[in-house]
Design a binder for this molecule. Structure first.
Ligand code: DNO
Length: 348
């Protein structure tokens, strides 16, 4: 297991010098966030990212994300052009030694929350999603008020995109995903890269757009589209858990045994109503998930991929990118590291 922390680049409020000081953290999950989805990632920019990270004695363990252009998800006339670009970027990443690439197939909206500073009883703040509050978001303003994603759209572009999805129901979206995977996975396999799809967060349709990577059946369907270890998952516990029927320890066990987990996101949440949840500190006692059972399933399978603590709360007066401060993620890393060490000891 390669314990890693996400890093958004030199602009990140958490510098690499701090990440290096978290015990057990060996790697960084990074990306080139200024490059528009669909544009090619140039070799020299990738090299520069790798070098910056290596200068701090850390390893770039995964790319999160290499974004999929909307035309590919829509199945539009330019999709082959954008898939060609995707493949060039993938090869450029492989040439720089990258072996794990995370992506998602969520139409228009990436991960979505309705409150970025929800107050918990202990005074910490966290991210919350409440489906009833979604209707209050004014989409004519674009995605400006939504959390920091790879792509930002103004109101007009958002409107165009939502119209372009008019004919795309869940089955069409699956077809378009299959089309993409059948072209990309053989290249990834040949280049020694594992692709890991990130589940939809939240795992249900929002703003009238389909979402398909929402439960165990979807993950099974996904890995069957192309039967290759390169066609894997970025299994995010906190993204799947808002559906109480998703049994996370069982899902992690199932896909770890098949060696289909390319990358792990470990995070705890508490479901606080119908289609409503908030994020919590990582330990099992703080939320709904049995984190030890999840880590045990990974450990048992001999999981050797990158794993990162996911969103943290804001504590100790820290300010920064919602979900991506230092303190609570470092506590999450220490907790995960402790469980892993205990499981690795012969006495357990
Ligand atoms: C949120 C992240 C997501 C994730 C993408 C993967 O914090 O987990 O933004 O990076 O959905 O493509």
């Amino acid at each position: 297991m390669k314990l890693s922390l996400r890093w958004y680049g030199p602009q990140d409020s958490v510098p690499l010098t701090f990440i290096r000081q978290i015990p057990g953290v060996k790697g960084v999950v990074g990306g080139l966030h200024d490059i528009a989805p669909g544009d090619v990632w140039p070799p020299e920019r990738i090299r520069d990212l790798v070098d910056q990270i290596q200068r701090h004695s850390l390893e770039l363990t995964a790319i999160e994300s290499l974004p999929v252009h909307e035309d590919i998800k829509i199945g539009g006339p330019d999709r082959d052009h954008y898939i060609d670009h995707y493949i060039i970027s993938l090869k450029n990443l492989a040439a720089a030694g990258v072996t794990t690439i995370c992506y998602n197939f969520m139409p228009v909206f990436d991960w979505t929350r309705t409150d970025l500073a929800y107050k918990l009883a202990d005074g910490a703040t966290c991210l919350r999603y409440n489906h009833a509050d979604l209707a209050r978001i004014d989409l004519t303003q674009g995605t400006r008020d939504l959390p920091g994603w790879g792509a930002a759209f103004d109101g007009r572009r958002l409107d165009e995109l939502r119209q372009a999805y008019a004919g795309v129901n869940e089955e069409r979206l699956w077809d378009n995903l299959a089309y993409f995977l059948k072209r990309v996975i053989p290249v990834a396999e040949g280049a020694g890269v594992r692709m890991g799809i990130h589940p939809d967060d939240p795992p249900w349709s929002i703003f009238g757009l389909p979402r398909i990577i929402v439960d165990g059946d979807a993950l099974r369907r996904l890995v069957d589209i192309v039967d290759s270890p390169a066609n894997g998952l970025s299994l995010c516990t906190g993204s799947l858990a808002p559906r109480p029927s998703n049994d996370l320890p069982a899902l992690v066990d199932e896909f770890a045994k098949q060696d289909r987990i390319a990358f792990m996101h470990v995070r705890n949440i508490h479901v606080d109503g119908e289609k409503s949840f908030h994020e919590t500190a990582h330990p099992s006692a703080c939320g709904d998930l049995d984190m030890l059972a999840i880590i045990k399933a990974l450990h048992r399978s001999g999981f050797h991929g990158p794993l990162r603590p996911d969103h943290g709360r804001m504590i100790w007066n820290e300010t920064g990118k919602p979900g991506y401060g230092l303190f609570d993620r470092a506590l999450g890393a220490a907790y995960i590291n402790g469980m892993w060490e205990a499981l690795s000891s012969a006495d357990v």
